[in-house]
Design a protein around this ligand. Structure first.
Ligand SMILES: Cc1cc2nc3c(=O)[nH]c(=O)nc-3n(C[C@H](O)[C@H](O)[C@H](O)COP(=O)(O)OP(=O)(O)OC[C@H]3O[C@@H](n4cnc5c(N)ncnc54)[C@H](O)[C@@H]3O)c2cc1C
Length: 271
């Protein structure tokens, strides 16, 4: 724990009363990270099937049967698409993110009471423009807000300064929409008006007009606004009774940081 003056000596643009210093926290290039995992998996003889969608599943003779089609045949509609392939794997891990609940509901034989409700919270980022150099050297996290970590600042590996993500609860019309990922990932420039006061709580010298819309992402939540934040849900046969099926729900942040630990847990427990 640092006193405010100690933290502000390290980061002169920062304003705070106290701070927690985490000297070993950092960032990774997420794209390179996932690509390197793909490379390692392929070296260990894994096969990836891109542009392929799992339409549904059925439990038959103690095995999950998956019905699979090409994504192209599926993008604009959902019903009436005929499976091109039936797979009977030893282990199925439903890690479909935003579509995990919608997919689980298409697994005949999995009782719906094991499928948590779905809630969605968009998180938008704004980037800092016009600064000669990044105002901060370290990542700065304010006090968390409901549904998210608070509008924090990240300096990515290319030196781009990003603020976000905020929390915007959004509706998803129905399971088909989440199954097809029909979410709006647009960043409304007017949301900047909410960012300025949030950021100025810890970076008072943020200049008017310096924020530009960046990217957004959507959190697959299992509790809604006003409810207590939930942990990840990992369910195997011992919970839902379906042999050879593991379901992952609510894998929101820090799901990427936790991905190797989750994979290790699944491998130890279910393989
Ligand atoms: C704004 C934001 C900021 C975040 N920041 C961080 C952070 O700083 N640190 C961190 O650790 N985590 C962070 N996260 C969380 C992290 O991105 C997720 O936890 C992680 O991506 C979850 O990985 P996943 O593989 O479970 O799901 P996803 O990455 O959502 O992947 C699911 C995959 O399943 C596929 N799929 C869906 N349905 C089907 C189907 N029927 N058939 C076939 N494929 C299907 C999808 O196309 C997708 O490729 C953040 C998330 C958001 C939204």
């Amino acid at each position: 724990m640092l006193e405010g003056f100690e933290a502000m000596r390290m980061e002169p643009e920062l304003r705070c009363v106290k701070a927690l210093l985490s000297p070993e926290s950092g960032i990774v290039d997420t794209h390179s990270f996932t690509l390197s995992l793909v490379g390692q998996a392929e070296n260990s003889h894994a096969t990836f099937s891109y542009n392929t969608v799992v339409l549904s599943g059925r439990v038959e003779e103690e095995k999950m049967h998956l019905f699979v089609a090409e994504t192209g045949s599926f993008e604009s509609r959902c019903e009436g698409v005929v499976a091109e392939l039936e797979l009977i794997p030893n282990l199925v891990v439903n890690s479909a993110g935003l579509g995990a609940q919608a997919l689980a509901k298409r697994f005949h034989g999995l009782r719906h009471r094991f499928i948590p409700s779905s809630h969605y919270a968009r998180g938008c980022y704004f980037t800092l423009s016009g600064a000669k150099s990044p105002p901060f050297d370290k990542l700065v996290y304010p006090i968390p807000e409901e549904g998210g970590l608070g509008v924090h600042v990240t300096v990515d590996l290319n030196g781009l300064v990003k603020f976000g993500p905020d929390v915007e609860w959004i509706e998803c019309r129905d399971d088909t929409s989440s199954f097809l990922n029909k979410f709006d990932y647009g960043v409304n420039p007017q949301r900047a008006e909410r960012f300025y006061p949030e950021i100025r709580k810890y970076y008072p010298d943020l200049k008017d007009g310096s924020l530009e819309p960046g990217c957004s992402g959507i959190r697959p939540k299992i509790t809604g606004p006003g409810q207590k934040a939930a942990d990840f849900i990992i369910q195997g046969e011992e919970t839902h009774g379906v042999p050879g099926l593991v379901t992952l729900f609510g894998i929101e942040s820090p799901g990427l940081t936790s991905s190797l630990a989750i994979a290790e847990h699944l491998a130890n427990k279910f393989l």
